[in-house]
Design a protein around this ligand. Structure first.
Ligand SMILES: [Zn+2]
Length: 555
């Protein structure tokens, strides 16, 4: 492996130095020598992604709404270019330097030469590690230099750090750096606003168009939260700060063009109204359910028709929770957006093949998208159940459980989501067979633990898997390596686990939670072997979208 890396390094020198002088030949040879190896590698890497056409039912849209979508997509494309600049720099010189199609394709998926599903490992010969600064800061800038600098907007979400002619740090606001691009994007949003029939949407689009020109996003964020009856939505601008791994200050550009699923959104509103009643029925002692859950949830389902920039890089987002501006959050709360067709894509391409490999043949018919979507949505609603404060004066659950808090809270939402479905099903408020929800829930555990138990979600899923196993909620057939759900016992295990989690939360039992996560949060050798079968079968890890006006039939 060592020697191969050396060869790779040599070949890239040629690529970036654009074939200067005597190194050309040697480098070219080196490049030829290792092309095959890289090609195989990249084919395998491309195999982690599977392509999906991103479409949506647009029959409910008015003519004007249909006309808005291409405008919003065009504005999204501008965000895509800005994100390229932020994540890497010069997109075209990188792509033009590559001859291998697989390499080009994988670079486009990753918005740069680093593999986002694999800790940003470089995959183009000779490319070094991804700079934590991305392209937000000069690469030769140290943290120390930044901290010493007296530039007042240096930590702004919306400025680049650059050097002037004398090498001194300066800031460049986004709307200055991208003057022409944001002008065009802003014009497009204004054209869309002119078509908007819903007043809330018209106002939001107009304010967002202003914001792109000034980097003052708060008025448009407030308007976005006020807007409730719009069928079309667009999340656009510099939003998340994950791409800045140096400080986490700088926001990266992205866009989602969305169509609201009015039907599901209404149903969710209805289910949220049952929260107080379901809270009273929780399978735990009265003390642990004495709070009354709020019923005002801004949780809606959408179909995405376009992803651009940050959200389209590497792994695809299937749920959004915005805005990030804390002042807006305090005044208006947040909105959670569940992206239904993107979930459908992951269900079809990833979840079904997993179930095919790991769920007992006669139970496979119970793996359904409706159940998968419902489990996901009820997870979100179920965050509202249980209690936020400990019952013994240890303050809030979050404070008491510290770094263990989020894994347990996610585990709570998963299991209480299933509890909600079970209860609402009994009342006739949820249709379909309970077997569908339970079996799909089980398959969902495999999907989630597939990438290890390191994350909060992964740990929560492993605890549940092991708890279910101990309580006979499923059995593994040693012959086939497939799992069969025992519905009665799964129902009992669900109640028992709910009680355990709610009690640990109410007691603010930091040590108890730590013990649970440690002892039950591990992947056993047997399960790991089963998960390895999924990789051997080349079941993809994520999706890439074929998307745009043509795919939508708008041209
Ligand atoms: Zn959650």
């Amino acid at each position: 492996m060592k020697s191969r890396h050396l060869i790779l390094a040599a070949s890239v020198a040629a690529m970036t130095a654009a074939c200067t002088g005597s190194t050309t030949n040697e480098a070219q040879n080196a490049e030829t020598v290792q092309t095959d190896a890289t090609a195989i590698d990249l084919q395998q890497k491309l195999g982690m992604y599977t392509s999906v056409r991103l479409t949506a039912d647009m029959s409910g849209l008015s003519e004007k709404e249909r006309q808005m979508i291409p405008l919003l997509i065009e504005a999204g494309d501008i965000m895509d270019k800005l994100f390229w600049y932020e994540a890497y720099g010069k997109r075209d010189s990188l792509l033009n330097a590559l001859t291998d199609d697989a390499a080009k394709q994988f670079v486009k998926i990753n918005y740069g030469p680093w593999d986002r599903l694999n800790n940003n490992e470089p995959f183009i010969p000779g490319v070094g590690p991804k700079p934590d600064a991305a392209n937000f800061y000069p690469h030769d800038m140290t943290k120390e230099e930044f901290e010493k600098s007296s530039l007042k907007d240096k930590a702004s979400q919306y400025t680049f750090l650059r050097r002037d002619a004398n090498g001194q740090l300066i800031t460049v606001p986004y709307h200055v750096q991208f003057k022409d691009e944001v002008k065009r994007a802003s014009d497009l949003l204004r054209q869309a606003a002119a078509l908007a029939e819903e007043p809330g949407l018209k106002k939001y689009l107009t304010l967002r168009a202003d914001a792109l020109l000034t980097d003052n996003y708060q008025p448009s964020d407030l308007a976005w939260m006020d807007m409730k009856n719009n069928r079309i939505d667009v999340v656009i601008g510099p939003i998340e700060t994950y791409e800045d791994k140096l400080f986490g200050y700088k926001a990266a550009h992205e866009a989602y063009v969305l169509i609201k699923d009015m039907d599901w959104s209404k149903r969710l509103e209805k289910y949220a109204a049952f929260l107080p009643e379901l809270q009273r029925g929780l399978p735990v002692a009265a003390n642990y359910k004495k709070e009354t859950p709020g019923t005002d949830s801004d949780l809606n389902a959408y179909d995405v028709v376009y992803y651009a920039g940050d959200c389209n890089a590497g792994s695809k987002t299937i749920a959004i929770n915005l805005p990030n501006d804390e002042e807006v959050q305090l005044k208006k709360g947040t909105r959670r957006l569940q992206l239904k067709n993107a979930m459908r894509a992951k269900f079809d391409k990833i979840m079904l093949p997993i179930a095919d490999e790991l769920i007992a043949d006669d139970q496979k018919k119970h793996i359904t998208f409706d159940a998968f979507f419902a489990n996901t949505m009820f997870h979100e609603v179920a965050h509202g159940l249980g209690i936020k404060n400990t019952i013994n004066g240890k303050g809030t659950v979050r404070e008491a459980l510290k770094e263990h808090g989020s894994a347990l809270e996610e585990g709570k939402a998963d299991i209480l989501g299933l509890y909600m479905i079970t209860q609402l099903h009994k009342k006739g408020e949820v249709s379909g067979s309970l077997e569908d929800y339970y079996t799909t829930f089980m398959a969902g555990i495999f999907r989630s633990v597939r990438f290890g138990a390191a994350s909060a979600h992964g740990k929560a899923n492993m605890v549940r898997f092991n708890f279910f196993k101990e309580n006979g909620a499923f059995e593994r057939d040693p012959q086939t390596g497939k799992y069969r759900v025992n519905y009665v016992k799964m129902g009992q295990a669900m109640d028992k686990l709910s009680e355990l989690i709610l009690t640990l939360q109410g007691n603010g039992d930091y040590a108890g939670v730590g013990k649970l996560l440690n002892e039950q949060g591990q992947i056993s050798a047997e399960l790991q072997a089963d998960l390895d079968r999924l990789s051997q079968k080349n079941i993809p890890v994520d999706v890439v979208f074929e998307q745009g006006v043509n795919v939508l039939g708008l041209k």
